[in-house]
Ligand binder design. Structure first.
Ligand code: SF4
Length: 330
């Protein structure tokens, strides 16, 4: 077997705590592999390290944060070791990113057509009319009506849903191998959310790109993802294919997330449900399992110890003392 399209190994991202040179890990030991055409969902509460994991792939961790450990490889090529100039071709080229709020990512002083054409020029070498034609095409592909006219408009002239489509059009105009979509629908109303999710799925099928979908919304995960990574306080709690995760979650945190999920989740009721207590901040994470203070199954004297990583079945990994590393049963 060749290299996976994208592989993250033992990633750690740290920020200064404010105490004399001390750094706290807000992402700690995260790993995932992604194959062509696959969609990997990353779920977790705010501050669980979902976005920082995605930003790490493009080396865009905001200052003063730093990647302090790990390897991120695109078809075997180590992105963390790549010179900045070479990485710029990967960013927006082979790996594209769509953020939650398109207003902060679109430039208000250029038309949307110019912004797409610029991406096409930078990454595909097309010029002049050819770049413009490709920009219009990209708008058509994301189902924007009257794309020639819309291409000449500025971001503030478009609705939120349309701006998000423009962001996806920019991302896809460069025909990326990987799309990192960070809460791409959160700011949108429910109907538009469903349209955007369907659109990403359609484009994935058409182009064979792989998608990393970061979301609070378990309903979206169930509908669109092949595999799921559950993060808590910057650490992997469970990773499984989507059917296994929903049918037989093994980690108490995953179980808590799913237990309060309505069977037929209307509208936004499928967002991460309430679990009593708060996730710890990185600087105050307890020793051993970070979920310990909120876990109904916590075992005193055991869960303070470093977490084992247990493969329960091929592709189903859990990190919890209920499943000691030598236990291979399901
Ligand atoms: Fe709960 Fe212990 Fe498992 Fe953590 S390790 S999830 S505290 S049972």
């Amino acid at each position: 077997m060749g290299d996976p399209l994208l592989a993250i190994e033992d990633l750690a991202v740290a920020f200064p705590t404010g105490r004399r040179g001390e750094m706290a890990r807000v992402v700690d030991g995260v790993w995932l592999t992604l194959n062509r055409g696959e969609t990997m969902g990353i779920v977790g509460e705010s501050g669980s390290g979902k976005s920082l994991t995605a930003l790490s792939v493009l080396r865009l961790v905001p200052e003063p944060g730093r990647i302090v450990k790990g390897r991120i490889a695109l078809e075997g090529q180590d992105l963390l070791a790549l010179p900045e100039k070479a990485l710029r071709h990967v960013r927006g080229g082979r790996i594209a990113m769509v953020f939650q709020d398109p207003m902060t990512s679109l430039n208000p002083v250029f038309t949307v057509g110019e912004q797409i054409a610029e991406a096409v020029r930078a990454h595909r070498g097309l010029r002049g009319r050819a770049a413009w034609a490709e920009a219009v095409n990209a708008l058509r592909r994301v189902h924007i009506a009257l794309p020639e006219r819309r291409a000449r408009q500025y971001p503030h002239e478009l609705s939120g849903g349309m701006r998000q489509r423009v962001m996806i059009a920019i991302a896809l105009a460069c025909r990326p191998d990987v799309l990192l979509a960070d809460e791409p629908t959160t700011a949108l109303d429910v109907t538009v959310q469903a349209q955007i999710v369907a659109l990403i799925g359609e484009l994935r099928r058409d182009t064979g790109m792989a998608v990393v979908l970061i979301t609070h919304d378990l309903g979206v995960v169930a509908e669109t993802c092949d595999r799921v990574l559950v993060l808590y306080a910057g650490q992997v709690m469970e990773q499984a294919d989507v059917h296994t995760l929903f049918a037989a979650p093994r980690h108490p945190y995953t179980q808590a997330l799913l237990a309060s999920l309505p069977e037929t989740a209307p509208d936004d009721a499928a967002r991460l449900p309430f679990i009593a207590g708060q996730p710890p901040s990185a600087a105050q994470a307890p020793t051993g399992c970070p979920f310990r203070p909120r876990c109904p199954k916590a075992m005193p004297g055991i869960c303070e110890k470093p977490l084992p990583t247990t493969t329960l079945a091929p592709g189903h990994v859990v990190r919890c003392h209920l499943y000691p590393a030598e236990d291979k049963g399901t």
